[in-house]
Design a protein around this ligand. Structure first.
Ligand code: KIV
Ligand code: NA
Length: 264
């Protein structure tokens, strides 16, 4: 099957067909999600937390993300692979943004990139779009602005709603191929989705977006502790893996593994 491309995603929106996006950071999950028919995979800067064990997404580097993007791109044939530009790798200037995006495409095989920010990122979005680099803009709650926003907070309430809609329209005009909308009231995300002709991908943004994304470890039940309200758990992989590890250890301790059939 051919790789998913940008015009196909616009076509889905025109037809009113919704689609799902997941994060992926390695080859097995990427291949499994492809098998499951997920058309778009995001190598998120959430790898900072979910792969590297950091407290925040802010600390992950381009050099740490590139091998993960390469693994996901190599492991798949069909999904569009989006590389998340990490904090500090694109905000300084359109040129900095361009060079980082090019690294993800040349060194890792990304098909598109994502960056966080509203109208302040228009020059960056324009630079990528005019350079042949598909760019998804991430608006609403933007985790890389966590310290300025004062933590994980819903964005776009009240008077802020119109500002967010205006930003969405400006980002579309600047050439963004899609918008990721995080933690925004459902009616505001719905208004944005109607206002723009590019696909919107929601997370904590209600069900009127054109697509939805979740972090795969959240969706599959690997993450412990209190989950954000917008997460739905579709499996308890943590329990499955823990049971497998326990059974293996018990077999080894009992001398039951390896058996004759595992022995040369
Ligand atoms: O890095 C990430 O996982 C994201 C989410 C919005 C899916 O950006
Ligand atoms: Na991200």
């Amino acid at each position: 099957k051919a790789r998913v491309r940008i015009p196909y995603l616009k076509e889905l929106k025109a037809q009113g067909r919704k689609w799902a996006m997941l994060t992926a950071y390695d080859m097995y999950t990427a291949a499994i999600f492809e098998e499951a028919g997920i058309p778009v995979l995001l190598v998120g800067d959430s790898a900072s937390n979910n792969v590297y064990g950091n407290e925040s997404t802010l600390t992950v580097t381009v050099d740490e993300l590139i091998p993960l993007v390469r693994a996901v791109a190599k492991a798949t044939h069909r999904p569009l692979v989006i590389a998340d530009l990490p904090f500090g790798s694109y905000q300084a200037s359109p040129e900095q943004c361009f060079h980082t995006a090019v690294r993800f495409m040349k060194e890792a095989g990304a098909h598109a990139v994502k960056l966080e920010g509203g109208i302040e990122m228009l020059p960056q979005v324009r630079k990528l779009a005019t350079s042949g680099i598909p760019v998804m803009a991430h608006i609403g709650f933007t985790p890389q602005y966590e310290h300025q926003l004062g933590g994980y907070r819903i964005q776009g309430r009240g008077d802020e709603a119109q500002r967010l809609i205006d930003a969405a329209l400006a980002l579309e005009a600047a050439g963004a191929f899609a918008l990721l909308i995080e933690m925004v009231p459902g009616d505001v995300a719905a208004a944005i989705s109607r206002a723009v002709s590019i696909p919107t991908v929601g997370i904590g943004a209600g069900n009127q977006c054109d697509a939805q994304v979740l972090v795969w470890q959240d969706m599959a039940g690997l993450r412990t502790g209190r989950l954000p309200r917008f997460v739905k758990r579709y499996a308890d992989m943590r329990a499955v893996l823990a049971a497998a590890a326990r059974d293996f250890a018990a077999d080894v301790e009992a001398g039951a593994f390896p058996g004759q059939e595992h022995t040369f």
